[in-house]
Design a binder for this molecule. Structure first.
Ligand code: SAM
Length: 247
């Protein structure tokens, strides 16, 4: 049926696309994509070729108008980003907003997202997670943003580029202290995939020990603050011991 199909693409391993996603790429009238070169390479990998519509952060509104014209003509339009799920630290939300406002259907085709991929293999037992995405690049702003997260009782999920990973981990150590568990998930689904977990205090030295450990794309996860209930329980336990000792 005519609709905007929001399609998740692989985050590394080209096989990580759904059968439904591949089928859609075979029949879509057009593919709206962040970078036409990147998406035509992806299509080539599957032996496909489709009309591409450049839809990136600087032209989302105008691109949305072109997409809506096609939907009016009864076409199927796929929306993809360079990697993973559109609209997650990627363009897409404005297009979806405009298409919905114009009264057309939006159909999600789920697949890879770096955040969920990292969480699934991290073994953090927090019941909840809080997606942050990219932090500010300037140290002061980054540390202020981190300060606002210290009390959050949920695993924290960050995206980071390779050239800033050491600085970011150092800021995290500064703000959260050395005890919290951190997970550095690098090059997920790729050849040099590496998922390392340690206390924050050990993370800078671990990264600096081998330059390869700073290469590639990262998801950084931080264990959340302990639930308030736990602190109360600990307080009560200590109080009970003290009371028993009192004459
Ligand atoms: N929309 C994407 C998603 O659903 O995950 C995220 C796009 S965002 C522009 C790119 C960032 O995602 C990278 O800087 C990195 O933090 C993370 N990322 C993407 N692919 C990754 C991978 N294979 N391994 C680790 N992190 C990855």
């Amino acid at each position: 049926v005519s609709a905007l199909y929001v399609l998740a693409t692989p985050i590394g391993n080209v096989c990580d696309i759904s059968l439904r996603g591949l089928h859609l790429l075979g029949i879509a009238d057009a593919v709206a994509c962040e970078d036409t070169r990147n998406t035509s390479q992806l299509l080539q990998r599957y032996g496909l070729s489709r009309p591409l519509l450049a839809t990136h952060e600087h032209n989302e509104r105008e691109a949305a108008d072109k997409i809506i014209e096609r939907l009016r003509a009864g076409q199927r339009v796929a929306l993809v980003s360079d990697a993973g799920t559109p609209a997650i630290s990627d363009p897409g939300a404005k297009v979806v907003d405009a298409v919905r406002a114009a009264g057309f259907r939006v159909i999600p085709l789920p697949g890879a997202s770096a955040a969920i991929t990292a969480l699934s293999a991290a073994g953090l037992t927090d019941a909840r997670f809080h997606f942050v995405g990219f932090l500010p690049s300037k140290t002061r702003q980054r540390e202020t943003a981190l300060q606002e997260l210290t009390a959050v009782q949920a695993a924290l999920v960050f995206y980071e580029a390779p050239h800033r990973i050491v600085e970011t981990v150092q800021s995290m150590l500064q703000v959260f202290g050395p005890q919290r568990q951190v997970v550095l998930a690098r090059e997920l689904t790729k050849l040099f995939e590496d998922i390392h977990r340690c206390p924050l205090g050990e993370a800078p030295a671990w990264l600096e020990q081998d330059a390869n450990r700073q290469r590639g794309e990262f998801v950084v996860l931080l264990e959340g603050a302990p639930p308030a209930g736990d602190e109360d329980a600990e307080g009560e336990r200590v109080l009970r011991i003290l009371l028993e000792e009192l004459p």
